[in-house]
Ligand binder design. Structure first.
Ligand SMILES: CC(C)(COP(=O)(O)OP(=O)(O)OC[C@H]1O[C@@H](n2cnc3c(N)ncnc32)[C@H](O)[C@@H]1OP(=O)(O)O)[C@@H](O)C(=O)NCCC(=O)NCCS
Length: 204
């Protein structure tokens, strides 16, 4: 059922993250952070999945996950616009469906992660980490010196995720996201989305 208010149908933001404790799928504005000890780390259900290069019949699933993550298949990052459908895409397929996508392109002699996204219901089960490792292998096989990624200042889980996997901050484009959106929009935990943060990891 489409939610409505007195003025008609209400646009509901897509969920981007999964609550690590109860599994609820959360739009960015409803997320919060907490710090735990090793013993109380939240664990997600085990998920069986495979990573493989995308094939033409994945197109619909790729468009759908881009729509949820970014609203479109054209991604503005590293000062360029990339079309995900023209990128090298690796997909994560779970037993019961499409779980995640990592979209790759070469930019200035480095392998750029144009988009990495995992559906909330599969998050915390190692899908994102496996997609990144597959991308690192891809960079290695192409003999590229670095793999890089960009995220935004509000996305603390993504900053945690990449730094845990050996990525190092090397550049920030202050105000880039305000230019992109034409205004300051609320992001993770309602933190204002302002800046593009670039991280990279050596490969060879
Ligand atoms: C960031 C993202 C790609 C990670 O993918 P994932 O499949 O959840 O990652 P993994 O299962 O491999 O987990 C990686 C780490 O994140 C932690 N994690 C994942 N989901 C979590 C959650 N809901 N709450 C808390 N921690 C979580 C895991 O515990 C793990 O931590 P560790 O490094 O200490 O082991 C995914 O959460 C996502 O798509 N988020 C929304 C979109 C986004 O922000 N994309 C990145 C933009 S650059």
């Amino acid at each position: 059922m489409v939610p409505t208010d007195e003025s008609g149908p209400v646009e509901v933001p897509y969920p981007q993250y999964r609550c690590a404790l109860c599994g609820e799928e959360l739009p960015l504005g409803e997320t919060h952070m907490s710090v735990t000890c090793e013993q109380h780390r939240a664990s997600a259900p085990e998920v069986a999945f495979e990573i493989r290069p995308a094939v033409p019949s994945d197109r619909h699933d790729i468009e759908a996950i881009c729509d949820q993550a970014w609203g479109e298949t054209e991604i503005d990052v590293f000062g360029r616009t990339f079309d995900v459908l023209a990128c090298d895409n690796l997909v994560a397929i779970a037993e019961d469906g499409f779980a995640g996508l990592i979209s790759l392109a070469i930019d200035k002699g480095e392998l750029a992660i144009v988009l990495l996204t995992v559906y909330p219901r599969y998050q915390g089960s190692g899908v994102g980490a496996a997609l990144v490792e597959a991308a690192v292998e891809e960079a290695r096989s192409r003999r590229l010196p670095f793999i890089k990624v960009a995220t935004t200042n509000d996305d603390i889980p993504a900053l945690y995720f990449y730094q845990r996997r050996g990525f190092v901050l090397y550049e920030m484009v202050a105000g880039e996201m305000v230019d992109h959106h034409g205004e300051v929009v609320p992001g993770f935990a309602s933190i204002p989305v302002r800046d593009e943060l670039r991280l990279r990891r050596p490969v060879c």
